[in-house]
Design a protein around this ligand. Structure first.
Ligand code: HEM
Length: 163
């Protein structure tokens, strides 16, 4: 007879990866579709489109970032893998925490408290310039996120390149 058991590690990894898919997938959509569309045509309409999309996405991203962080730290705890942070070969653990930290700071602190007001004011004078800065910042965040995700997938089950 087979007995059923609950594998909390596998469940946490599943939640972790689903949160990442929704979160980073959304960042890719904003970077490669919404912002280029917003930069076409009249810049003030572009700002309005970006604002409308990003406000809704930011709400989702706060939730998925939180879920990714909680599940990520739970995985680290279950693996008792804290000493990985002392090993350069586990650079992808640092990359995950770095990406998570940047987004957490942006979504929970800088954007609501400082950046939103700052860019709103700047957009009145130079909407095209603000969209350009947004585009650049999103490319940087997307690139870092993909490096972290690729490193985690390639590194956690034996690297493609092992040092
Ligand atoms: C606080 C932040 C985070 C922590 C503490 C964390 C920790 C972890 C841990 C411990 C694992 C399991 C690794 C293993 O099985 O050896 C994991 C898996 C994974 N993480 Fe994170 N993570 C965090 C954020 C992120 C972010 C921001 C991304 C992507 C941008 C990411 C992508 C992944 C992926 C794709 C896996 C699955 C790897 C696989 O099993 O193939 N994580 N994470």
């Amino acid at each position: 007879m087979t007995t059923m058991s609950f594998n909390d590690f596998a469940a946490a990894r599943l939640l972790h990866v689903l949160a990442i898919v929704l979160w980073i997938g959304g960042v890719a959509m904003v970077t490669t579709v919404i912002l280029p569309a917003a930069r076409r045509g009249p810049a003030d309409r572009g700002i309005a489109l970006f604002e409308a999309v990003e406000r809704r996405f930011a709400r989702q991203a706060r939730l998925t970032t939180l879920l990714a962080g909680v599940s990520g730290f739970y995985l680290t705890y279950r693996l008792q893998a804290w000493d990985r942070f002392l090993e350069p070969t586990y650079w992808w653990m640092h990359a995950m925490v770095l990406v998570w930290g940047i987004f957490t700071l942006m979504l929970f602190v800088l954007e609501p408290l400082v950046l939103h007001r700052h860019f709103q004011r700047r957009a009145e004078a130079d909407p095209q310039g603000v969209l350009r800065i947004m585009q650049r910042a999103h490319w940087v965040l997307l690139a870092l996120s993909l490096i972290a995700a690729a490193g985690a997938v390639a590194g956690s089950h034996g690297g493609i390149l092992d040092f």
